[in-house]
Design a protein around this ligand. Structure first.
Ligand SMILES: Nc1nc2c(c(=O)[nH]1)N[C@H]1C(S)=C(S)[C@@H](COP(=O)(O)OP(=O)(O)OC[C@H]3O[C@@H](n4cnc5c(=O)[nH]c(N)nc54)[C@H](O)[C@@H]3O)O[C@H]1N2
Ligand SMILES: Nc1nc2c(c(=O)[nH]1)N[C@H]1C(S)=C(S)[C@@H](COP(=O)(O)OP(=O)(O)OC[C@H]3O[C@@H](n4cnc5c(=O)[nH]c(N)nc54)[C@H](O)[C@@H]3O)O[C@H]1N2
Ligand code: SF4
Ligand SMILES: [Mo]
Length: 734
């Protein structure tokens, strides 16, 4: 059908292909002010190699989110006590450019920060890097991927010498053993999970182990669920390695010819005999031994992980210890085998390619590498030495920079930190102190708008053209097929215009997003993520394509990295990590005896800016809640549905109890989705802390110590609000 547009789902990193077709009255939908026009029809694209026509409830309902509460025009105010007033783009640009010039005088380039997002398209990311890191000369660009994938990035870099998940989704149907750790794939990467579950059900020989302190929908499908105590992943992984070594089930030849640091690793592993590991992790020795047995006997092993691993004060070490198991058994570089991080956001992968974190540069280059900085300066036609030699501020350092006054301007785009940052009271207090905050978003209100001096209306998916890369390195063109509402503009256009007004006309020559992409692909020449063979036109004509894709490349899909077993370290070897487990940054104690963990539900997306506005999804998950084990609830005399006050060292909130044996004793869970626009005092990040992995600087959003107090013991009975407990989230079908 000619009026059907092929595109990509803009929610999770699975990256399902979609086909969008116009509503019954197509004429209306091209009027920029016609918010509320008929809704476009969206279906799975059967021809997309990653998803083969499947979609989950989020993809299926995406077009319902495009109309309500859109930010239509730039809005400005002089201070946070004033109401916003509508401004023209001209006024908004002038304010921003004047302020950037002032901050350059008062603070230097280091006073300017941009906090972006894995929901940018690659062109948005690239234009932002050129503006901040190139033209302005500050590496203070970080993305919400810092809270998400940065431990995976640093784990890959340390183990393999370069970032990049080595596997592809076709490995799912080729594996004999799927090892899922710290991932609720069924709810968060549902289409990957559908493929895996189908393969698992079909073949008796295929085994699945899930490691998670909660009995999620993912864990329910497993042959063994290892319900470990939060923070004991490295104990478990070293414990499996111990059993493999003891049984002699290692790939000696691979270890000798393709790896380094094995002796140091074996030295560490000796300290993890099964009796000690089982007891530390809170699992049975038999389950541990059976898991190790599958690691030793399976032909092809695929491991998957996401936030239960990355969002940890030892996130990088956890990632590297997963990779260790693949290295000691030679499970990499062939179909059905390898370590596979599941990317959270739709284009966090594109962000890594475009250099969208404070320590990297476009084309998988590093800020600290002088030769790589010089290459980029030359390609950008900027003076030598323009790119700063040190990493910029991370997301959290931007918050602490507001506290100390070192940040003079904070530009927040496509992320909602007033819900998603750790230690939220502290974050909000810091945002209140910001001398000048720009919030560039598709919706109004958002929780972060409250802290902004300038609101810029962003066009979003379906309204702007650009590319996105999914978890398996497949790049899909997402063309614009509707007009943006009001005066909304694409993120890259806004960055480019500010760049031009600051005097960088030559650097921001782009007329279209295809121009931006063309320049980016040139920069990738000879790099691990070489995409010199791609362009918007190529992707339009040939469909989704996996990287690497250098000029002249013939294969489009089904590619794996490291099939030649040559890694990216100078010695071409992959490096074993050798570390002991450190446990949680804030372990429970008599005052705060529970570990609070946080995460996602099947229907909602993050801070609900889209899914909170879709009735079907609101009905699926109407309210926040706290999951508590029945025995913990009995001890505290908490009944199902009763309001519970959660207190951590940093904040207090109230949630209805959902009593369920699906969570470990001593651990409680709250969903991350609800911000102050959607529920009162029910933000997961009221409790979390800023302790982060020393390598990736990713905060430990998955664990903090809390106490629980039934609200009835604080308030008189008449004043107690009654919450409605919902079904266990994991039962809400996939
Ligand atoms: N429905 C939905 N899907 C999404 C998203 C969404 O908002 N909604 N967001 C997307 C994004 S950006 C991301 S990053 C991904 C996240 O995808 P996931 O990482 O799968 O999701 P989470 O629920 O954050 O966390 C996963 C699991 O980690 C477990 N966990 C907690 N502590 C530990 C621990 O110490 N060890 C281990 N092994 N496990 C632990 C939690 O119990 C939880 O079940 O989802 C993506 N997909
Ligand atoms: N406690 C706890 N906290 C967490 C997590 C957790 O597991 N637990 N997970 C962390 C992780 S992994 C992530 S990824 C973050 C996510 O946290 P956020 O990034 O804060 O969440 P979103 O709601 O996805 O915010 C994206 C915003 O971008 C807007 N938007 C969408 N498309 C566009 C566009 O094209 N342009 C612009 N300018 N705006 C657009 C949306 O309207 C929305 O307001 O949360 C982190 N915080
Ligand atoms: S699995 Fe992810 S990419 Fe696929 S439809 Fe659902 S949210 Fe979209
Ligand atoms: Mo994420």
């Amino acid at each position: 059908m000619s009026d059907t547009t092929k595109t990509l789902c803009p929610y999770c990193g699975v990256g399902c292909g979609l086909e969008a077709s116009p509503p019954a009255q197509p004429g209306k939908s091209i009027n920029r002010d016609s918010i509320g026009t008929p809704i476009w029809k969206v279906m799975g694209d059967k021809a997309h190699p990653s998803s083969q026509g499947m979609v989950c409830v989020k993809g299926a309902t995406i077009s319902e989110s495009l109309y309500k509460d859109r930010l239509m025009y730039p809005m400005v105010r002089d201070n946070l006590d004033q109401p916003f007033k509508r401004a023209t783009w001209e006024e908004a640009y002038t304010r921003i450019v004047d302020r950037i010039e002032t901050v350059l005088d008062t603070h230097g380039a280091e006073g300017i920060c941009m906090y972006g997002s894995g929901q940018f398209q690659t062109e948005d990311y690239y234009a932002a890097q050129k503006l901040l890191k190139g033209c302005l000369g500050t590496n203070n660009f970080d993305a919400n991927s810092r809270l998400c994938m940065s431990s995976a990035v640093s784990g890959y870099i340390q183990s393999f010498g370069a970032d990049g998940p080595p596997c592809c989704y076709d490995d799912i149907e080729k594996t004999d053993f799927a090892f899922l750790i710290g991932t609720n794939t069924a709810e968060c990467h549902p289409i990957i999970f559908n493929r895996l579950r189908k393969h698992h059900k079909k073949h008796d020989r295929v085994k699945m182990v899930v490691v998670d302190p909660r009995r999620t929908a993912t864990a329910e499908a497993a042959d063994i669920h290892l319900a470990i105590t939060p923070g004991t992943d490295i104990d478990l992984l070293n414990g499996i390695a111990y059993l493999l070594l003891r049984a002699g089930k290692i790939d000696q030849q691979f270890i000798e010819s393709c790896t380094s640091n094995f002796p140091a690793f074996t030295e560490v592993v000796q300290h993890y005999p099964p009796e000690i590991v089982a007891s530390k992790c809170g699992i049975s020795q038999a389950d541990l031994e059976q898991t190790a047995k599958w690691w030793s006997t399976s032909q092809n092993i695929l491991s998957f992980w996401s936030m239960g691993v990355n969002q940890s004060s030892e996130g990088t070490a956890k990632v590297r210890h997963i990779i260790n198991l693949h290295l000691m058994t030679g499970q990499i570089g062939r179909p059905g085998a390898g370590p596979f991080s599941l990317t959270g956001q739709p284009n966090a992968m594109g962000g890594r390619e475009a250099g969208g974190l404070a320590h990297i540069l476009p084309g998988y280059r590093l800020v600290k590498n002088p030769a790589q900085r010089a290459e980029i300066e030359k390609l950008w036609n900027l003076p030598e030495g323009r790119i700063a030699p040190t990493s910029g501020k991370t997301a959290w350092e931007m918050i602490t920079g507001l506290e100390t006054g070192s940040v003079g301007l904070l530009w927040i785009a496509a992320t909602n930190p007033a819900v998603s940052m750790p230690d939220l009271e502290r974050t909000k207090a810091a945002l209140l102190r910001s001398p000048f905050t720009i919030h560039q978003d598709a919706y109004y209100p958002t929780e972060t708008a409250k802290y902004a001096h300038v609101l810029l209306p962003a066009s979003q998916w379906s309204e702007k053209t650009g590319v996105m890369t999914n978890s398996e390195r497949t790049i899909t063109l997402c063309p614009a097929f509707r007009m943006p509402p009001g005066e909304a503009k694409a993120d890259w256009e806004i960055f480019a215009e500010v760049g031009r007004r600051l005097g960088f006309k030559e650097q921001f020559w782009f007329q279209t997003s295809a121009d931006v992409y063309a320049e980016f692909t040139k920069l990738s020449a000879g790099r691990p993520c070489d995409v010199t063979g791609l362009s918007h036109q190529f992707l339009k004509d040939n469909g989704p394509t996996q990287w690497p894709h250098p000029t002249g490349c013939k294969t489009q899909y089904g590619k794996r990295l490291y099939t030649d077993l040559q890694f990216n370290h100078p010695d071409k070897r992959a490096k074993f990590a050798a570390c002991h487990s450190k446990g949680l940054a804030e372990p429970p104690d008599p005052d705060y005896p529970f570990v609070l963990t946080t995460g996602r539900l099947y229907g909602h997306w993050h801070t609900m800016s889209r899914t909170g506005r879709i009735p079907k999804i609101q009905q699926m998950h109407p309210d926040p809640f706290i999951e508590i084990h029945p025995r913990d609830a009995a001890r505290l005399q908490i009944e199902n549905g009763e309001m519970v006050e959660i207190r951590s060292r940093r904040g207090t909130g109230r949630f209805p109890a959902l009593i369920t044996a699906a969570i470990n004793r001593g651990t409680v869970f709250v969903p991350m989705h609800w911000g102050e626009l959607w529920a009162k005092d029910a933000e997961a990040n009221l409790f979390t802390h800023d302790a982060a992995c020393p390598d990736s600087l990713q905060p430990e959003l998955k664990a903090c110590a809390v106490q629980l107090v039934p609200v009835k013991s604080i308030l008189p009975a008449s004043a107690i609000p009654v919450g409605v407990p919902q079904k266990v989230s994991s039962k809400l079908g996939v």
